[in-house]
Design a protein around this ligand. Structure first.
Ligand code: SR1
Ligand code: MG
Length: 386
C-alpha cells in the first residue's frame, strides 16, 4: 500500500505532525459519507478551532478492497481546488494543505453547513442563489481553463497534468455504458424490471449514449469538477449571508463542460421528481434554467477577456449551443444511472414508494438523451416535466 491510512485516533497527532496546530489533544470523529473516501473532523476541546481531514483509500470506500482504486485521485482533487481557488475562491472550502505522500487534504471544517441533497430531501427549497452560484462556478472554472482563458501551450500542460484515467473510467463505465448492458454493478427496484430491460434493448438509446460517451472521452474543453451532483455542494448561512461550497472534485479532468452542468441538472430534476411524488410545492423545476442562465451570463461576461480573438462572437454562440445540447444529454445519462445503474440517490430511495417517481425520471432521462437536439431551451425541458 505504501502510505499511512489514518484512523480516528491518528488524526490529532497527524495534524500536529503536519504543523496544522499544536493541540496536545482534540476531539476527532469520522464523518465519511461519499462513495470513495474517508473524512474526519477534528476540533479543539473548547470548540474554537476545527479542521477536516479527507484521505483517499486505495479502494472505493463503499465497496472495500474488492474494488481497488488508486489514491492518486486525491492529487486530482488538490489540483482542482488550486485552480478553482484562483478564480472562484468563495465557492470552495479553504484548503489548508495537501499531503501527497499520504493522499490527505486538510481543509475547512464545513460541519456548520449542510449537504444540498440532504436539505432538499428534508423539503427545503434551493433558494434564490444556489443554482446561480453553481452556474457561475462552472463558467468561472471552465472559461479560465479552456482555450479561451489559457494560452495554447498552457492548456496542453493543463491537459497533460490533469489526465485521470482511473476516475474517468469509472464514469465511462458506471454513467456512460453499464446501465445499458447487463452488468453486476447495476441494480434497480424489481418493479422497474421492464424499463431496465427496455433500456438495454433500445438500440437508438445506446447509440446516443455512445455518442455522449465519446464526447466525454475526447472533448478536452476545460477542467471539470467531474462529479457535480447535489451531494457535492454544501449550503448554509454564515454571519447572515448565504454560503455555498462546492467540494469533492476528485473526478476532475479536462473534459466537456456539459458534463458538469448535466450532472447538476440531473440531480435537480431528480429532486423535483421527489418533491412531485410527495405532492410538495417546490422551486426545483426552476433550477436548470437558473444555473444555465448564470453559466451563460458569466461565460459571456468573461468572453471579452479571451486570449485568442480568432474565436469570434458568432463562434461563442455556436459553442454555447453545443455545451447546452451536450449538458442535456449528460443530464439524461446521470438520471438513468442513478436509478438502474450504480450509486442510487436518496432523493428517490427514501420515498415511501420510489417506483412511480423513478419510472417518470427514467423516461425523462431517456428523452433528454435521445431528444437533446430538439430541446433547445430550459422551457423545452420544463415542458417535458409537465
Ligand atoms: C465507484 S464510484 C460511484 C460514484 O460515486 C462518485 O460519487 C461518482 O458519482 C461515481 O460515479
Ligand atoms: Mg464525491
Amino acid at each position: 500500500m505504501g502510505y499511512r491510512i489514518l484512523e480516528t485516533e491518528d488524526v490529532a497527532g497527524y495534524l500536529r505532525e503536519r504543523g496544522h496546530w499544536d493541540l496536545s489533544d482534540a476531539e476527532v470523529r469520522e464523518v465519511s459519507d461519499g462513495n470513495m473516501n474517508r473524512v474526519f473532523l477534528a476540533s479543539s476541546k473548547d470548540g474554537t478551532r476545527s479542521l477536516a481531514v479527507k484521505q483517499a483509500l486505495p479502494w472505493v470506500r463503499v465497496a472495500g478492497p474488492s474494488w481497488p482504486m488508486s489514491p492518486e485521485r486525491a492529487d486530482a482533487e488538490a489540483r482542482a481546488y488550486e485552480r478553482v481557488a484562483a478564480v472562484a475562491p468563495d465557492k470552495i472550502p479553504v484548503i489548508h494543505g495537501y499531503d501527497p505522500e499520504n493522499y490527505a487534504l486538510v481543509m475547512e471544517d464545513m460541519s456548520d453547513l449542510e449537504v444540498l441533497r440532504t436539505v432538499l430531501n428534508e423539503g427545503a427549497p434551493y433558494g434564490p442563489d444556489t443554482s446561480a452560484r453553481i452556474g457561475e462556478f462552472v463558467a468561472q472554472l471552465s472559461f479560465t481553463t479552456s482555450d479561451f482563458g489559457l494560452a495554447s501551450a498552457d492548456r496542453k500542460a493543463l491537459i497533460a497534468a490533469s489526465v485521470s484515467p482511473e476516475l474517468c473510467e469509472i464514469t465511462e463505465d458506471v454513467v456512460l455504458s453499464e446501465p445499458y448492458i447487463e452488468h453486476e454493478h447495476n441494480h434497480w427496484h424489481p418493479e422497474l424490471d421492464d424499463l431496465a430491460a427496455e433500456f438495454r434493448a433500445d438500440a437508438r438509446l445506446r447509440t446516443e449514449v455512445a455518442d455522449l460517451r465519446h464526447v466525454f472521452m475526447t472533448s478536452a474543453q476545460a477542467l471539470l469538477h467531474g462529479d457535480l451532483h447535489t451531494g457535492s455542494v454544501m449550503v448554509g448561512v454564515r454571519e447572515g449571508a448565504p454560503v455555498i461550497r462546492v467540494f469533492d472534485p476528485e473526478f476532475s479532468f479536462v473534459g466537456p463542460i456539459g458534463f458538469d452542468l448535466g450532472l447538476y441538472w440531473a440531480n435537480t430534476l431528480v429532486s423535483q421528481a421527489r418533491a412531485a411524488a410527495l405532492g410538495a410545492e417546490s422551486d426545483h423545476a426552476d433550477q436548470l434554467r437558473l444555473s444555465w442562465e448564470a453559466f451563460e451570463a458569466e461565460f459571456r461576461r468573461l468572453w471579452p477577456t479571451r486570449v485568442d480573438t480568432f474565436f469570434d462572437d458568432a463562434y461563442l454562440d455556436r459553442f454555447l449551443a453545443r455545451v447546452w445540447t451536450e449538458s442535456i444529454g449528460f443530464a439524461g445519462t446521470e438520471i438513468v444511472r442513478r436509478i438502474i445503474g450504480f450509486a442510487h440517490l436518496t432523493d428517490l430511495t427514501t420515498l415511501p414508494d420510489p417506483v412511480p417517481a423513478s419510472r417518470r425520471a427514467l423516461l425523462l432521462g431517456r428523452e433528454l438523451i435521445v431528444g437533446r437536439a430538439e430541446l433547445t431551451s430550459p422551457e423545452d425541458v420544463e415542458a417535458l416535466l409537465h
